[in-house]
Design a protein around this ligand. Structure first.
Ligand code: C2E
Ligand code: MG
Ligand code: MG
Ligand code: MG
Length: 288
């Protein structure tokens, strides 16, 4: 009967909720030890300048290999955010990324790295102060006389800027004065107000892959990308298109004078060694 079906439907829903809760608990229990046991690794996804056909930048993407399984950041980042562990995890990511930046700079490889930062890492004035302090500690621990800040971009999401915290704007401004760039990730997916682009110190925006992947669905989707591209030009912001997978998508992106492209069409995220080889190849050094 319909009544029974309804009950089964609820049962199914309950089971899904139960499974999700168990998965969250599992991640919660294992994530801390995962960091201590070296289960995390940074992958690098090249961002191609399609005008010059060169790689100028890569996004740093966190990977977790746990007990023969690969757990996606879309699963563990939200858990890390809920538990506050994201703060430690973020500090580890930046430390590894800074080492890579140093390696590039020592080898005269002019490639910038974009590092994701969670909104949670800026949650309170205490965390904001900790962010800056740990940032400086990391640079000091690496024992660098000079850190090439211009090679670092921080990717933040719109929700951070919607909070309109002058503290956060000040923190980002402090970092920008050193040469660090700030990028708005997943642009267009958060909120419709664009006023923050005027008030917030940002250098770049990344068009979310959801828009890019709908480009071939019709004119309305193309119009959105056109609008974002033209807005960015007026505000003097660099635009990157994320999630480009097909020739058709690339043609539309390119036709809108968007030069920076990230997506499976060119490269998937890869381990550090593979990315280094790619850069050495591009620089004409041959493979390592
Ligand atoms: P994101 O920052 O928007 O990163 C881009 C995501 O799109 C990555 O997923 C990347 O692998 C994927 N991607 C790139 N090109 C394509 C494409 O052509 N097709 C498809 N289908 N996907 C593409 P990933 O690595 O699974 O990361 C997911 C999200 O997890 C990231 O989205 C970011 O929000 C978060 N994340 C990853 N690493 C970190 C990190 O170190 N710290 C923080 N706070 N968040 C991270
Ligand atoms: Mg990102
Ligand atoms: Mg993104
Ligand atoms: Mg995303």
């Amino acid at each position: 009967s319909a009544k029974e079906k309804g009950r089964n439907g609820f049962q199914f829903f309950d089971q899904q909720m139960q499974l999700k809760a168990e998965r969250t608990a599992y991640i919660h229990t294992h994530i801390k030890a995962g960091l201590e046991n070296n289960e995390f690794e940074l992958y690098y996804q090249p961002i191609v300048n399609i005008r010059t056909a060169t790689i100028h930048r890569a996004e740093v993407l966190l990977r977790w290999h746990h007990e023969g399984e690969f757990i996606s950041p879309d699963e563990f980042i939200p858990v890390a955010e809920q538990t506050g562990f994201i703060v430690q995890l973020g500090e580890w990511v930046r430390k590894e990324a800074f080492k890579t930046i140093d390696l590039f700079s020592q080898n005269q490889l002019s490639v910038d790295l974009s590092v994701n930062v969670s909104t949670m890492e800026f949650w309170s004035p205490e965390l904001q102060a900790r962010f800056l302090a740990s940032f400086d500690d990391t640079v000091r621990e690496l024992g660098l006389d000079y850190f090439p800040y211009h090679m670092l971009t921080l990717e933040i999401t719109e929700s951070l800027m919607m909070q309109q915290h002058t503290n956060i704007a000040n923190l980002l401004q402090t970092l920008r004065k050193r040469g660090i760039k700030v990028s708005v990730d997943d642009f267009g997916t958060g909120y419709s107000s664009l006023s923050y682009l005027v008030n917030f110190p940002v250098d770049q925006i990344k068009i979310d892959k959801a828009f890019v992947q709908k480009l071939t669905d019709g004119h309305r989707h193309i119009a959105i990308v056109e609008a974002i591209a033209s807005l960015s030009r007026s505000l003097d912001l660099t635009v990157t298109a994320e999630g480009v997978e097909t020739k058709e998508q690339l043609a539309i992106i390119s036709g809108n004078q968007i030069d920076m492209v990230q997506g499976y069409y060119f490269y998937r995220p890869m381990p550090k060694r593979e990315f280094l080889n790619l850069l050495f190849e591009q620089a004409g050094y041959g493979l390592l």
